[in-house]
Design a protein around this ligand. Structure first.
Ligand code: 5RP
Length: 262
């Protein structure tokens, strides 16, 4: 089933497969967004169909909602679920303290709301997402469309006083027009190179008028499930300080996950 996947996709699949083992019957589960999260939604769908696993799911984007419904997973709103047992989501970067940069897919606003309304957040990642210090990946900041240039100018001014390597701020585009999030906002990508003080950065960015949410997830993630191209998986728990190793076996029959590969 996974013979045609690239090594990175195998790593994403392995992390996703291991992470869905944390889902138990009756749970209310937040579903992340992105390519790694898509492997997780597919894997969860298999458990729903094959084991009759009954869960309620709150997706973090319209794309994930469509995929979850297609997989036969029962989708509800966060208002209906009220609180979640677990959220499983991908990331763009994670550091040794399991702080994250998210929002490469433009969904970090809903992702942060869903993750912080959950008892636990598990992040799933291929090993390439691990960094010693956050910031090589451009930091997404969601801003309302009204006066976005003014918000951008204020962010640029703010960056002068923060410990960063670069200060370029770019409006995210989709083709010739600005990218619009599921909440109807624009995204500014901050090319910082390195973020020396991520906790401070996360707090001050949200003080800028027009900023809705930034992509820094500080003290939100409880566990990271790291996948490798050969099927090895590590589960790192930040509170317990433990690392558990296991292995996912790839199925060599025709590839049911090919449509999710890069
Ligand atoms: C979307 C996200 C994604 O989780 C992040 O961009 C990782 O995506 P992928 O799994 O495709 O690498 O934060 O807003």
């Amino acid at each position: 089933m996974h013979a045609d996947l690239s090594p990175v996709d195998k790593a994403k699949y392995a992390a996703a497969r291991r992470a869905v083992e944390f889902v138990e019957k009756g749970m209310r589960v937040g579903l992340g967004t992105g390519s790694t999260a898509a492997f997780m939604v597919r894997s969860l769908g298999e458990r729903v169909r094959e084991e009759g696993l009954n869960i309620l799911a709150v997706p973090t984007s319209e794309a994930t909602a469509r995929l979850a419904r297609a997989e036969g997973i029962e989708v509800v709103t966060l208002e209906q679920a009220r609180w979640l047992d677990l959220t499983i989501d991908g990331t763009d970067e994670f550091d040794p303290e399991l702080n994250l940069i998210k929002g490469g897919g433009g969904a970090h606003l809903r992702e942060k709301i869903v993750a912080t309304a959950s008892d636990q957040m598990i992040v799933i990642a291929d090993s390439g997402k691990e960094v010693a210090q956050l910031g090589a990946f451009p930091l997404p900041v969601e801003v309302v469309r009204f006066g976005w240039q003014a918000s951008k100018a204020l962010i640029e001014e703010l960056l002068v006083s923060l410990d960063v390597l670069g200060r370029e701020v770019r409006l995210r585009m989709r083709g010739d027009t600005p990218f619009v999030s599921d909440e109807g906002n624009y995204i500014l990508d901050l090319h910082l190179g390195r973020i020396g003080t991520p906790r401070r950065m996360a707090l001050v960015l949200n003080q800028v008028p027009g900023v809705v949410e930034n992509g820094l997830f500080i003290d939100v993630c409880d566990r990271v499930v790291v996948g490798y191209g050969d099927g090895r998986v590590e589960v790192r728990d930040i509170d317990a300080g433990t690392v558990e190793d296991s292995r996912v076996i790839f199925d060599e029959s025709p590839n049911a996950f090919a449509d999710l590969s890069d």
